[in-house]
Every structure is written in C-alpha cells, then in structure tokens.
Design a protein around this ligand. Structure first.
Ligand code: PGA
Length: 244
C-alpha cells in the first residue's frame, strides 16, 4: 500500500535560530502514523541541525539537490554519500528551479537520482511543465519525456524512488492545480511507472499546497501526498498539511 508522504522544501530559506524553532515545533507536533510520513528537505549547511533536532522523531530529513558524481573535482557540488552521512533519507532531484536556473537536463536529473540511490538515499524526482508548455498542450509530452529519462536510467530501481509532479506555473504563485488537473497528470505518470514495474511509487503533488487545499488534492486516487515549499516554513501550516 502507498502511504501518505508530505515533504517540505525549504528552498534557500532559513537560519539557525529560525530553523531550531521550526524543527522543534514539527518534532513536538507531528503525530506519526503507520500510513503517513513527513520529511523536510533543508539547505546543505543545515543537515547537521536537522539531524540533531529530528533524530528520534518520526520526521525524516533530506537535501534539495545531489551531485550525479560520487567525488572529485566538482567545486561546489555535494555528493549523495556526504548527504547520507548526515542521516538523510531523501534528496530532491530535478526540481524545476534547478532545471530553470541551473540548466539541469533530463539525463542529468536521472544521473542524480541514480547517485542518490547508490548512496542509500531515496530520490524525489521532480517533473512538471511550464505555463507555456501547458498552454501549448505539451503537458503530457513534457512529463512523459522527463519521467521516461529517469526510468531508462534506473530500470527496476525506479520502484525505490518517489516522484513529484510540480507544474511550474503553480510553484510559489498561489495558483494551485485543481485536484482534477493534478490527478490527470498523476494518472499518466502512474501508467509510465506501472509499465516500468514501479506502480507503487509514491506520487506527490507540488505547487502552492496549503492546509486549505491539501485534503482535496490528497484525496485524488493517484496523489499520495505533497512537496510543499512556502507553507513548509510555518510549523502549524505544515503540520496541518501533513495531517490533511
Ligand atoms: P510552493 O513550492 O509550495 O511554494 O509552491 C513547491 C516547490 O517548489 O517544491
């Protein structure tokens, strides 16, 4: 059975004092259940702090990116092995802001997912179309291309990933996909995953998820939870999403 998973993506936000308050409030307020899981993906320098404040709680932590390389002359990069040493469970791969601002291509995203798996992390592979692509009716073609690149690289290991559908036009805009729009793309992705023997991968929706819309999105048959940006910085809001 696919349990519920809600993951916070802090993006480039935080500070030691602010994080301590947020992480402590999450650890104190989260009511774990066998069928639901919560995680936060923090900036690299805060992995130690996340480990310190979340170890022993039912909340997992992770990184927002991972190098496709294991080690070597890659200035500024952080390897999956390094992230794993901080007790992290997850690493995002191919978030649209990485694709948009850092030119990450499908094959590189696939290589990042593979590197994460090799180090024992669970990659959260992000896919999604831009507004221009949606308006040009390219949504299916774009997300199929993005997911297929990862399926080709991972093969049967695809079953050990998490996939997040994040329409770029819904990220940080307050403009959420309707539950029906999300479900339509999730059903397509589920089909691609099923054909790769990975039908039970948890499929998250991301893009302006809030406590007020979480239950209707998560109520859709192929939406297994959310990848939450802005609303994950507020403990009360994020806990409410986790319990939606
Ligand atoms: P948002 O971001 O919830 O602030 O829209 C989601 C994401 O980019 O992961």
């Amino acid at each position: 059975m696919r349990g519920r998973l809600v993951v916070g993506n802090w993006k480039m936000n935080g500070g030691l004092a602010q994080n301590a308050a947020l992480l402590s409030a999450l650890a104190a307020g989260w009511r774990a259940g066998a069928d639901r899981e919560m995680a936060v993906c923090v900036p690299f320098p805060y992995l130690t702090q996340a480990k310190g404040l979340l170890a022993g709680s039912a909340i997992a932590w992770g990184a927002q990116d991972v190098s496709e390389h294991a080690s070597g002359a890659f200035t500024g990069e952080v390897s999956a092995g390094m992230i794993a040493e901080f007790g992290a469970r997850y690493a995002l791969a191919g978030h649209s802001e990485r694709r948009q601002f850092h030119g990450e291509r499908d094959e590189q995203v696939a290589a990042k997912a593979k590197a994460a798996l090799a180090a024992g992390l669970t990659p959260i592979v992000c896919v999604g179309e831009t507004l221009a692509e949606r308006e040009a009716e390219q949504t299916s073609a774009v997300v199929t291309r993005q997911i297929d690149a990862v399926i080709r690289a991972l093969g049967t290991a695809m079953a050990r990933t998490v996939v997040a559908y994040e329409p770029v036009w819904a990220i940080g805009t307050g403009r959420t996909a309707s539950p029906e729009q999300a479900q339509e793309v999730h059903a397509l992705l589920r089909g691609r995953l099923a054909s790769a023997g990975a039908a039970d991968v948890r499929l998250l929706y991301g893009g302006s998820v809030k406590a007020a819309n979480a239950a209707s999105l998560f109520g859709m048959p192929d939406v297994d939870g959310g990848l939450v940006g802005g609303a994950s910085l507020d403990a009360r809001e994020f806990l409410a999403i986790g319990l939606a």
